[in-house]
Design a protein around this ligand. Structure first.
Ligand code: NA7
Length: 524
């Protein structure tokens, strides 16, 4: 394993997205190198530069809280920031906190091996770097590895094919083009209304219709901004006390406790709330009671029928096969209205799945077909832990972790937003900061206690799997095929990969493991 390029550092952080950037800052007292596949910072917000890309959580929340001056000085132009503003913010943070000195861009990690004698990870990158480090922190993101279904005929297609997560920085000119669009998840719903305005024709290939509510995006008003800035410290704490680390109106009543008139009024208010996801919190039991959920589903279907003029198209757009919220609720701007345009048509590919790229006359095909989520980025790295066991073997039947942070048999390797964390069920910048702090505290304690090796026990991993299953069982999420459970990818194994017990419970279990003498860990 010796190599003339060998470099010794303390910590390698994989990924310069929002969590990796904060980890680089938080652990700056160590010798830290952050390896990033992209040419710039921002992770998700670096790669996803398709038209209309926008965060679906308000920006005063979806931002860092670790530095009071930063949150006081930064100004978001809109409630829900667009990708260019998020990327600008990521670059600002990288400059302001001198992070670039630690980051190696365009340098993806290819393989890693753990040396049990030295308690070091060997990390190899595409550029030929060979780093030896004591700890690895994989901040590789939940939605990093694009899903490109292997349709035959792709290579013969004479036009251009794009995936929304690999969008060209210079943009795409759709004028006079016949565009085919595959994928009607959060991404497709954001991109299509904009492309429909530019293209000659837009043909939408829909496998499963999405539930979509209006985003209510608008310029950020000064009063709202000042209110947040005056209360940031408390609000950041309050956020972490809510299910999704986001301050929205959490209901107290179940659907049954409301009269039909009250139900209608609550749903209408939620639809117009300009606060994303409020529909899922219309009643306390939307995600736990099938009949409450169906009430919300039918409310959205009625909205679709009232907006889309062609009744056949409207019915095709109505989701009927899964609970609302089972797949992430989409937040759009004019998505359903778009179907009233003459140049837009809808093709049902559920009834007759896409088998090859041949049947339609198109100039451009856009695939917004999602991601090999949660595990995809880690699975693309060859990772060899103790006793030459590989992560691929370990996760062959689905990912297992302890607290979403460690994998038994892969010592000194931590993950942020790993499998079985709340991930996208909670606001990811703030919860990412929380997880980075928790991880960094563990690393600091290892240094303080003169220890060199930390692993999770298999027993703790199994108990965590039971906790994850138990909370999933209580929720309706299990009735949808989505990236949350890997069912969006053919043949992907494993169960629910997201922790749906709420962020406060997750944080408490992480904290109590540490407080109870590193319960579930082996430290030496
Ligand atoms: P999603 O939500 O996984 O959506 C992907 C879409 O692509 C979805 O409509 C899929 O249909 C569709 N898809 C995937 N494969 C195919 C094939 N083979 N044929 C036809 N249609 C297909 O990804 P997004 O990028 O939209 O959003 C990901 C997250 O980003 C989102 O949850 C937010 O957190 C932000 P399906 O529903 O699987 O039938």
């Amino acid at each position: 394993m010796t190599n003339k390029n060998e470099e010794h550092v303390d910590i390698v952080i994989i990924g310069a997205g929002f969590s990796g950037m904060y980890a680089t800052h938080r652990l700056r007292n160590y010798k830290v190198v952050c390896l990033e596949a992209g040419a710039g910072v921002g992770g998700t917000w670096y790669w996803n530069r398709y038209p209309g890309a926008r965060v679906d959580i308000q920006s005063v929340e979806y931002s860092y809280g670790f530095d009071e001056e930063l949150q006081q000085e930064w100004h978001w132009p809109e409630y829900f920031s667009a990708q260019p503003d998020l990327e600008r913010y990521a670059n600002h943070v990288a400059d302001r906190f001198n992070l670039r000195q630690h980051i190696r861009f365009s340098n993806p990690v290819e393989s890693m091996q753990f040396d049990e004698v030295e308690n070091r990870w060997h990390v190899h990158t595409a550029n030929g770097d060979h780093l030896l480090c004591r700890y690895v922190i994989a901040a590789t993101g939940s939605l990093t590895a694009p899903n490109l279904p292997p349709w035959p005929g792709r290579d013969q297609f004479k036009g251009d094919i794009y995936h929304t997560a690999r969008w060209p920085a210079e943009g795409v000119d759709f004028a006079g083009k016949r565009v085919g669009f595959i994928g009607t998840g959060s991404t497709g719903i954001q991109a299509m209304p904009i492309i429909a305005e530019q293209a000659q024709e837009l043909v939408v290939f829909q496998r499963t219709p999405a539930f979509c509510m209006p985003s209510g995006n608008r310029p950020l008003d000064e009063e709202h901004e000042q209110d947040w800035k005056a209360h940031y410290q408390n609000r950041r704490k309050q956020m972490l006390e809510t299910y999704g680390a986001s301050i929205i109106e959490y209901p107290t009543a179940t659907a049954d406790e409301c009269s039909p008139e009250q139900q209608a009024e609550i749903l209408e208010q939620a639809w117009n709330s300009k606060s994303s996801f409020q529909l899922l919190f219309a009643f306390r039991d939307v995600m736990t009671n099938a009949s409450a959920n169906e009430l919300v589903c039918e409310f959205v279907r009625e909205k679709i029928r009232s907006i889309v003029k062609n009744t056949e198209t409207a019915e095709l757009l109505c989701p009927t096969t899964y609970p609302i919220g089972g797949k992430r609720l989409c937040i759009g701007n004019g998505y359903y209205d778009m179907y009233n345009r003459e140049n837009v048509s809808l093709v049902d590919v559920k009834a007759s799945p896409i088998v090859e790229f041949a049947e339609y006359e198109l100039d451009v095909i856009i695939t917004a077909t999602g991601f090999d989520a949660v595990t995809g980025a880690m699975s693309r790295i060859e990772i060899e832990g103790s006793n030459q066991s590989t992560l691929t073997e370990k996760w062959a039947e689905g990912p297992t972790t302890y607290l979403g942070a460690m994998v038994s048999g892969f010592p000194n390797m931590f993950m942020i937003h790993g499998p079985s964390t709340p991930a996208a069920q909670a606001q990811m910048i703030t919860t990412g900061e929380w997880q980075v702090n928790w991880t960094a505290d563990i690393i600091d304690s290892m240094e303080r206690d003169g220890l060199v090796h930390i692993d999770a026990t298999e027993e703790a991993e199994q108990q965590w799997a039971q906790e994850v299953d138990m909370v999933s069982e209580q929720s309706l999420h299990k009735f949808a095929e989505s990236w949350y459970n890997g069912k969006n990818i053919e043949g992907k194994k494993g169960g629910f990969m997201i922790y749906v017990g709420g962020f406060p419970r997750f944080a408490e279990l992480c904290d109590s493991a540490v407080a109870n003498g590193y319960e579930g860990f082996i430290r030496k």
